[in-house]
Design a protein around this ligand. Structure first.
Ligand code: NAP
Length: 491
C-alpha cells in the first residue's frame, strides 16, 4: 500500500525558540520528513527565531546537525536535506525586546499561511502574542502553536488562556498534546466510530474496567529540577492520560469535526468524579547500588532532583470514575511512572464475564480484553476465547486477534509519521481536531487541582519503589481490593 500524501498550502512558519531542544529533536526533523514525502510545498519557509545572533547560514548548519542526529539514517538523503535547508531562515529576536521584529515583518509574504510556533517558556507567550500584533505580523488567519506545560494549575492555565485570548481567537490557537498526534490514538476513534462491532459493548453493561498505563524505564535524569516542580500528575495525567481517557469514554461526536470532538471530550472531563485519597498511590523510585559483577549504581529520585525532602511523585496510580449513564460504576485505573520494568503505553478495555458460563468454572475461561498499544509496536490486540485444540474435552484458552500495524499494513504500517509531523501539518491545514481547546485544559486542571491540594494538605509522602519494578506495592492493592489485577508491564 502506498501512503497518500496531500500537499498542504504553502506556508511561512516562524519557530520562536528555533534553536532549542524541541526544535532540534522534533520540529525541524518533523518538517524535513514531511518535505521528503512532498507534503510540505517547496515554496514554504521556516524562520527560526531566538535571542542568539546568527546568520541564515549558521542556522542551516545548526538544523543540518539536528537532522543528522534525530532523523533515521535511512531517511537522510543529502540532496533532499540540502533543498530543505534552503527553506530555512533566521531572525534574532528577544521576545521581551523590540529588536528584530521589523526584520521579521519584512520577511513575511502575503498570500501564504502564517503560523507561529511558540517553542519557548510559557512565561514568554504574552510577550510574543503582543508583539506579533503590535508589529502587524499576525493577522486574522494566522495560527499560533503552544506547547505543554499549559499552566501548573487552574489559575495559571486561565491566566495563559487570557494572555493568548487578548490577541488571538480560539480558532487560531493550537495547544499541542503530542499524544493526540499518535497514530494509535486516532485509531482509537476509528475503531470505536467506524465499526459497528465495539460500540454496542462500549459501556457499563459490558466493560468491567479500563486500564491506562504509560510506563517509562528512564528516570528524570538531567530534567530533575524541572520535573520536581511538576511530578507525574501534572506532567502526564492532567494532559496525556486525560486525553486518552476522554477518547475512550466520550460519546460519538455528531461528526469528525474539531469542535464536535472537543465538545464530547469536555463532557467526559466534566463528568470525572473527585478522587478519594485512598484511590491514589504515589511513588518515588529508589536508588540501586552497584554490583560486584559490574552493574552500575543508579541514583534515587531524591538524588536525581538533588532534594532529599522532595515530595514530588515519579509514579502515580489512581482510580478515576466517569459519572454518567454510559460509565456508571466502571473504574478507569490510570498509572504512569519512571524507572519501571519496561517502556510501554497501553490502554486495555477489560470486558465483563459472560453472563452464564456453559463450560463451567474450571475450563480456563478468561475475560475478553481489547488492548491498544501506543508503544512499542503500535497496534491492537483483542483476546478471545477458543477451544484448546486437540482431544480431551472442552477446555478453553484465550488467543490474541492481533493487529500490529506493521504486520497488517506492510511498509506503510511501520512508516508511521511522528506525532509532531502530523500535528504541524494539521496546523497548516487549519484542523484543530487533535489540539486541546482552552476550556478542555481548564476543566482538566479543575479536576486535578483538588487532588494535588489534598495530598499537599495531608503532607502525603510518596512510597518508595525499586527501579525496574512495576511501581509501589500499594499500587497493586488499588486493584486487588476491587478483585482485579494490573496487566503486566511488558515492553
Ligand atoms: P530550550 O532547549 O531551553 O530552548 C529554548 C529556546 O527559546 C531557545 O531557542 C532559546 O534561544 C529561546 N529563547 C529563550 N529565551 C528567549 C527570549 N527571551 N526570546 C526569544 N527566544 C528565547 O527549551 P525546549 O526544551 O526547546 O522547550 C521549548 C518549549 O517546549 C518549552 O515551553 C517546553 O516546556 C516545551 N516542551 C519541550 C519539550 C522537549 O522535549 N524539549 C517537550 C514538550 C514541551 P536563545 O537562548 O538563543 O534565546
Amino acid at each position: 500500500m502506498v501512503a497518500r500524501v496531500i500537499p498542504v498550502d504553502p506556508f511561512d512558519l516562524v519557530v520562536f525558540g528555533g534553536t532549542g531542544d524541541l526544535s532540534k529533536r522534533k520540529i525541524l526533523p518533523g518538517l524535513y520528513l514531511r518535505f521528503l514525502t512532498g507534503q510540505m510545498p517547496p515554496e514554504s519557509r521556516i524562520i527560526g527565531a531566538a535571542r542568539s545572533e546568527m546568520t541564515d547560514e549558521a542556522y542551516r548548519k545548526l538544523a543540518a546537525a539536528a537532522l543528522e542526529e534525530f532523523v533515521a539514517r535511512d531517511k537522510q538523503y543529502k540532496e533532499a536535506m540540502g533543498r530543505f535547508l534552503d527553506r530555512l531562515h533566521y531572525v534574532a529576536i528577544d521576545a521581551t525586546g523590540e529588536g528584530g521584529w521589523s526584520q521579521l515583518a519584512g520577511l513575511m509574504r502575503p498570500g501564504v499561511v502564517r503560523a507561529f510556533y511558540f517553542s519557548v517558556a510559557p512565561a514568554l507567550f504574552g510577550d510574543l502574542a503582543e508583539r506579533l500584533h503590535a508589529h502587524g505580523i499576525a493577522d486574522q488567519d494566522s495560527r499560533i502553536v503552544v506547547e505543554k506545560p499549559f499552566g501548573r494549575d487552574l489559575a495559571s492555565a486561565r491566566a495563559l488562556n487570557a494572555v493568548l485570548a487578548a490577541h488571538f481567537e480560539e480558532h487560531q490557537i493550537y495547544r499541542i498534546d503530542h499524544y493526540l498526534g499518535k497514530e494509535t490514538v486516532q485509531n482509537l476513534m476509528a475503531v470505536r466510530f467506524a465499526n459497528v462491532l465495539f460500540e454496542p459493548l462500549w459501556n457499563a453493561h459490558y466493560v468491567d474496567h479500563v486500564q491506562i498505563t504509560v510506563a517509562e524505564t528512564v528516570g528524570v535524569g538531567g530534567r530533575g529540577a524541572y520535573y520536581d516542580k511538576s511530578g507525574a500528575m501534572r506532567d502526564m495525567v492532567q494532559n496525556h492520560m486525560m486525553q486518552l481517557l476522554c477518547l475512550i469514554a466520550m460519546e460519538p461526536p455528531y461528526k469528525f469535526d474539531p469542535n464536535a470532538v472537543r465538545d464530547e471530550k469536555l463532557k467526559v472531563i466534566r463528568a470525572l468524579q473527585p478522587v478519594a485519597a485512598e484511590d491514589i498511590v504515589r511513588g518515588q523510585y529508589r536508588g540501586k547500588p552497584g554490583s560486584e559483577e559490574g552493574g552500575k549504581a543508579e541514583p534515587s529520585y531524591l538524588e536525581d532532583v538533588g532534594d532529599a525532602q522532595s515530595r514530588t511523585e515519579s509514579y502515580i496510580a489512581l482510580k478515576a470514575q466517569v459519572a454518567n449513564w454510559r460509565w456508571q460504576g466502571v473504574p478507569f485505573y490510570l498509572r504512569t511512572g519512571k524507572k519501571l520494568r519496561a517502556r510501554t503505553s497501553e490502554i486495555a478495555i477489560v470486558f465483563k464475564e459472560a453472563p452464564h458460563s456453559i463450560f463451567g468454572e474450571e475450563e480456563g475461561w478468561k475475560e475478553n480484553v481489547l488492548a491498544i498499544r501506543l508503544q512499542p509496536n503500535e497496534g491492537m490486540n483483542l483476546r478471545v476465547m477458543i477451544k484448546e485444540p486437540g482431544p480431551g474435552g472442552m477446555r478453553l484458552t484465550d488467543v490474541p486477534l492481533d493487529m500490529s500495524f506493521a504486520d497488517a499494513l506492510g511498509e506503510e504500517g511501520t512508516d508511521i509519521p511522528d506525532a509532531y509531523e502530523r500535528l504541524i501539518m494539521d496546523v497548516i491545514r487549519g484542523n484543530q481536531t487533535l489540539f486541546m481547546r482552552g476550556d478542555e485544559v481548564e476543566a482538566a486542571w479543575a479536576w486535578t487541582d483538588p487532588i494535588i491540594e489534598g495530598w499537599e494538605a495531608r503532607g502525603d509522602r510518596p512510597r518508595g519503589y525499586d527501579p525496574g519494578s512495576s511501581g509501589p506495592e500499594d499500587a497493586l492493592m488499588l486493584l486487588h481490593r476491587d478483585g482485579r489485577r494490573w496487566r503486566e508491564i511488558r515492553g
